[in-house]
Design a protein around this ligand. Sequence first.
Ligand code: GUN
Length: 303
Amino acid sequence: MPTFADKIRLTTMLLKGKEVADQIKIEIAEEVKTIVDKGVRPPHLVAILVGEDGASKTYVKNKELACEKVGFSSTLVRLPESTSEEEVLAKIEEINNDDGIDGLIVQLPLPKHISEHKVTQAIDPAKDVDGFHDVSVGRLTKGQDTFISATPYGIIQLLERYKIETSGKHCVVIGRSNIVGRPMSILMSRSGNPGNCTVTLCHSRTVDLESYTKSADILIVALGIPEFVTGDMVKPGATVIDVGITRVDADTPRGYVLKGDVEFESSEKVAGYITPVPGGVGPMTIIGLMQNTLKSHNLKFSN
Ligand code: GUN
């Protein structure tokens, strides 16, 4: 007779990022309360938003709401599209020098006339809670303690909280972006848990992509093409992590639906575990950012 545990393993399990994120927010809020009860100021995150990109405005708003929920201070610096690179760099310098601020993020993408590289390198690595600075990326690559960029950090914690075994498994990451795919591939190959995977990093020039996806025990898809991965590309029982979230025009009250990079209907019939979109990776990304901000604060005050 299969036990209850066996039975639930026979069906696909949703990796409910929203629920895990809500739980971790409670844990962070408790830690912030302890900090404030000791008479120390709460962690403070600053976001710089340049221009009017609609998706970026939504992301920044969600980050502000999350800060409020866990008891952090947050400041949004809104700059017009016409702001020069020098002005953005000057603002970053001002924030770097402000001891009352623990974390600074500059929402990407930036307007074309501003160099993303210069901007991310201008942020003090001690406040780089996005983990985009070369110092953070270098430390991550060498397995040293650092700020891990929020989406990969969130995914790692989702795997951890669901106790998904990763050691010795084949992890296939699709997408080599600096924000998700590349750091994800490094984290999954590192010594540790989650980690210890044999990792294949696939991208737009990969030949016969399906031969890789079909052998993936853990498939992480971050390429930004709605429903690119279909069920026939997934290995039975695999853990499928869908990082994509794209607005697709639809005859709905909002005029669109949100689609991941994985076709959910066909893939959930094959996978062992799968993240829904929305409610999977997205909420965990914000958690990664909150945890990095708390870590920065703790590094400053816990000595
Ligand atoms: N744009 C898309 N994702 C991110 C992120 O994680 N951080 C920042 N700063 N910009 C983004």
